[in-house]
Design a protein. Structure first.
Length: 278
């Protein structure tokens, strides 16, 4: 039987992000993606125009129905949540599946700034959600927001490791801090509290930025962790995949809001391990 992932995120018609990337990537990794939509958008919010349908009320009914069906969920992966109400709904959903491995991508901000749609109350609620997780994947800004720490651009590797350890004290035994830029390199760092080990993996940074790469990263990590791969391998695989996608996409004059051409490399994921038991 394929393992099941409850992918909690929005669905954007245009712009490769959120559920639009989670569904094909988890499928390529031989995991059943069970979409749990939080909102439907005509195009992701980086575009100059978009429609937005909030599904907060429907999420409550959605959750009740899944519970009534006695579904076995192996992994819960939570992404962008547009309101405090949605954070509460997801927290309650997690409590319904005590045996599931829980991944929270605490989407709050970037480049040292909190996203305009959020406030301090959102950060507080997100800390509460993090307490119920096994793995979190903040970027450097989000790590600082969760820790009430002042953001700066020149954190040392030791600083980042200590931040990961402090984040782990909030609840999750595994932490990945993403998007650590130093000179012409970009790094992702993972920390495993049980092993008390950290792993830093870096690639050349060419100053290209595309929407949705964080969602791709988390989806790959989620699929691999669900199929029992170790954390370091998941981080390296996801980093390499995104690097290849960005390198290819940057050859074309694409709007960054369209995202990367990840479809060209899905075969890399389907062939990771021929020995996955089905």
């Amino acid at each position: 039987m394929l393992k099941k992932v409850a992918a909690i995120n929005d669905l954007s018609g245009i712009g490769k992000c959120s559920l639009t990337v989670a569904i094909p990537i988890l499928s390529a990794l031989k995991v059943q993606c069970c979409p749990f939509p939080t909102a439907i958008l005509s195009s992701q919010t980086g575009f100059s125009e978009y429609t937005f349908l909030d599904l907060s009320n429907e999420m409550k009914e959605y959750s009740k129905t899944w519970k009534n069906l006695n579904l076995n969920i192996d992994t819960i992966c939570s992404g962008f949540l547009g309101s405090i109400d949605q954070i509460d709904i997801v927290r309650n959903f997690i409590k319904e599946y005590p045996h599931a491995f829980v991944i929270v991508d605490p989407v709050l901000g970037d480049n040292g700034l909190l996203y305009p749609v959020f406030n301090k109350d959102t950060c507080s609620k997100m800390r509460d959600l993090v307490m119920h997780s096994n793995l979190i994947t903040p970027n450097v800004t989000e790590a600082c927001l969760l820790l009430n720490k002042k953001y700066k651009k020149d954190f040392t590797n030791e600083d980042i490791i200590n931040m990961a350890k402090d984040l782990s004290k909030l609840g999750p035994e595994k932490v990945i801090i993403t998007g650590i830029i130093r000179d012409d390199m970009i790094y992702n760092l993972s920390y495993d509290r049980e092993k008390n080990e950290s792993f830093t993996y870096g690639l050349k940074y060419d100053n290209y930025s595309y929407s949705g790469t964080g969602d791709i990263f988390v989806s790959i990590v989620c699929g691999l962790i669900t199929n029992n791969y170790d954390l370091d391998f998941a981080v390296k695989t996801a980093s390499d995949f995104i690097y290849k996608c960005i390198s290819y996409t940057s050859k074309y004059e694409n709007d960054r809001n369209q995202g990367v051409m990840f479809e060209m490399f899905l075969n890399d994921l389907t062939s990771i391990d021929k020995k996955i038991q089905i």
